[in-house]
Design a protein around this ligand. Structure first.
Ligand SMILES: N[C@@H](CCC(=O)N[C@@H](CS)C(=O)NCC(=O)O)C(=O)O
Length: 203
């Protein structure tokens, strides 16, 4: 399997954490790909017309994207482990994945907005700030529950989203006022799959 990969992308990290959890990393050929919103990537677009990573091509040429689809493909083919089948547990895991992915979506946009310097929109930044606060408050309420039950795709998405704050917003004191979430995130960060996939800024 060929994976358009970057050590900076939190969505690629989701896929790689899942691959480590399932013990299939050796089956993946990682191709360093640079995806940038302002610059469509012609080679990447042959495999994903959205010009986004992660994007995967199976050995028979089948394209797979985005991170949700790739993770579920891994689990269906080499699991099941990360996507529970029992409906209540499944939708809990999927809802957590949606929250983690959504946090990443606005965090990536937020970083892009900050990089616009003086042209950044204060209204947009205020909107992202409010969403981040609401997400952290919701997760603090849920943090104890995250320790119970199986480790799922929901945990992977949330762990990657919180770690992205540390990677790209190093001065952001997101742990303040969220002691339970801080504790849960520490358990995520200690997993071998998380350690093996820590983000690196190779630019
Ligand atoms: N929903 C997608 C989001 C992927 C995504 O936004 N990837 C970023 C890199 S972290 C990207 O490719 N950005 C380039 C662009 O938006 O053009 C997923 O879950 O894989």
């Amino acid at each position: 399997m060929k994976l358009h990969w970057s050590p900076r992308s939190p969505f690629v990290r989701k896929v790689m954490v899942a691959a480590h959890e399932l013990g299939i990393v050796d089956r993946i050929e990682c191709v360093r790909s640079v995806a940038a919103m302002m610059t469509p990537h012609a080679e990447l677009m042959k495999d994903n017309p959205l010009s986004k990573i992660p994007a995967m091509t199976l050995d028979d040429g089948t394209p797979l994207f985005d991170s949700r689809v790739i993770c579920e493909y891994f689990d269906t083919t080499y699991g099941p482990k990360l996507f529970p089948s029992e409906p209540k547990a499944r939708f809990l895991a999927l809802r957590r994945q949606a929250l983690g992915d959504g946090m990443l979506d606005f965090s990536v946009l937020w970083r892009g907005e900050l990089m616009r310097g003086e042209r950044k929109s204060d209204q947009l930044i205020a909107s992202f700030t409010a969403r981040r606060a609401a997400c952290l408050a919701a997760l603090e309420r849920e943090a104890d529950a995250l320790h119970h039950g199986p480790f799922t795709i929901g945990h992977i998405a949330l762990g990657c989203a919180l770690s992205y704050f540390d990677f790209r917003f190093a001065d952001l004191p997101w742990r303040d006022g969220h002691p339970r979430l801080t504790q849960w995130h520490a358990t995520f960060a200690m997993r071998p799959s998380a350690k093996a996939t820590e983000a690196v800024d190779d630019s």
